[in-house]
Design a protein around this ligand. Structure first.
Ligand code: NAD
Length: 385
């Protein structure tokens, strides 16, 4: 007997991460993806053909008016996260999964939370690594006091703080049960006119975040490439250390006789992460919609990660420790640039994700490579050369 899906879903932004959202939806029988929105026709058609989707639109507003999906995935570049989330919420979405970084500035992050509260929409930010077996195991080990009380977290990221840093900071918060941040101190260098997906970013930065429970987190971005990762970090506790990544965890404590690999509860496909983590975060949204607990990656949690990153920039701007809550609502890195306090010494704007722009590529070649099974990111990189 034909059973209609319990939920309909739609993708806004038919680019690279939209594929991971699609893979997640495909693993859940009770959700059917019925529509996509993207201004670029070739991008829409690629999705429609590959995933057999019925409806296509050029804007999120048209899509919400016409087909009113229950769940909307926002998979566009950062500066569009707030307007698209607000539009999807106003258009009647019951749940939204918006990509990271949630927003560039606290004004935008809070606008998203408020819009979703006003429409009764449940907002999730795609810090999907919270669903990886390594991070889940690390959280369990910390709960069981495997290394005593966490004291110090070390994160080394690259390609922009708001890009990789949001994952690593969010991950450390997750495994330590989301402690409240008290203050942030940061330093920033920007001698080149560097952007990431249309957002001004630093050449390098570092920051210290003081949490409650006497925990500190040190993050450095683009200072050291070796070992840099969005998905891994090291925690030192009162009685040991944890070395954490998405699919492996090592622990050292008085019982371990040096570093010991911790067995993980891996599901088939967990090594690839994308689809499985997205399916799990989508399922938890469905559970939340049906009266379950707040999602582990809710907009409420993610706005705090945005606040820590924005406070790092504000600290560099003001040359002082920034006590939270952060008062500045804008993007302090942009403000520093506008105020002339970060003069570029090597002129020439560039974007480290420029290769993702779809407007100038050979679409026939794209389709050929995609049919051969190549990933979107890899194709765009190849066609950019
Ligand atoms: N969670 C993760 O691990 C992860 C990984 C990669 C990217 N991301 C995030 O996903 C977001 C998208 O990045 P991407 O790499 O997929 O970019 P992308 O360039 O591959 O795809 C973006 C798509 O959005 C479309 N678009 C542009 N304007 C639009 C509009 N007004 N309405 C609808 N669609 C529009 C573009 O045409 C493009 O097809 C970014 O914020 C990025 O940080 C997250």
């Amino acid at each position: 007997m034909y059973m209609p899906s319990r939920y309909t879903a739609a993708i806004v932004g038919c680019g690279s991460i939209g594929h991971a959202h699609m893979e997640g939806y495909q693993k859940l029988d009770h959700i059917e993806v019925i529509a996509v929105a993207d201004p670029i026709e070739a991008a829409r058609h690629q999705y429609i053909e590959e995933y057999h989707i019925s409806h296509e639109f050029t804007t999120v507003e048209e899509m919400m008016d016409a087909v009113k999906p229950d769940i909307v995935s926002i998979c566009v570049w950062h500066l569009l996260h707030a307007p698209m989330t607000v539009a999807a919420a106003a258009g009647g979405a019951r749940g939204i999964i918006c990509e990271k970084p949630m927003a560039i500035g606290m004004g935008e992050a809070d606008r998203m939370v408020e819009a979703c509260e006003a429409s009764g929409t449940k907002l999730v930010i795609s810090h999907q690594r919270r669903f990886t077996p390594g991070w889940e195991k690390a959280r369990q080990l910390l709960n069981e006091r495997g290394i005593g009380d966490p004291l110090f977290v070390n994160c080394t990221v690259a390609e922009g703080l708001t890009n990789w840093g949001t994952h690593a900071i969010d991950g450390a918060r997750f495994v330590m049960d989301d402690p409240k941040a008290l203050w942030v101190m940061g330093a920033v260098e920007r001698q080149t006119d560097r952007y990431e997906r249309d957002t001004a970013i630093e050449d390098a930065c570092m920051g210290l975040i003081q949490f409650e429970r006497n925990i500190q987190l040190f993050v450095q971005s683009d200072l050291k490439r070796e070992g840099a990762s969005a998905g891994s970090f090291l925690i030192r506790g009162t009685e040991g250390m944890l070395d954490i990544a998405e699919t492996c965890v090592r622990m050292m404590n008085t019982d371990s006789n040096g570093w010991a690999d911790v067995p993980l509860d891996m599901k088939e496909g967990d090594k690839a992460i994308g689809g499985n983590a997205n399916a799990a975060q989508t399922q938890e949204l469905v559970d939340w919609l049906e009266g379950g607990a707040e999602h582990r990656g809710s907009g409420y949690k993610a706005r705090d990660t945005v606040e820590m990153m924005m406070a790092l920039y504000e600290s560099a701007r003001k040359n002082q420790v920034i006590h939270l809550p952060l008062q500045e609502k804008g993007y302090s890195l942009d403000l520093m640039i506008q105020e002339g306090n970060l003069p570029v010494t090597q002129p020439g704007r560039y974007d480290i994700r420029d290769f993702l722009r779809r407007d100038h590529i050979d679409e026939k070649e794209y389709a050929r490579l995609r049919a051969e099974g190549m990933g979107h990111h890899q194709i765009m990189n190849q066609l950019d050369k």
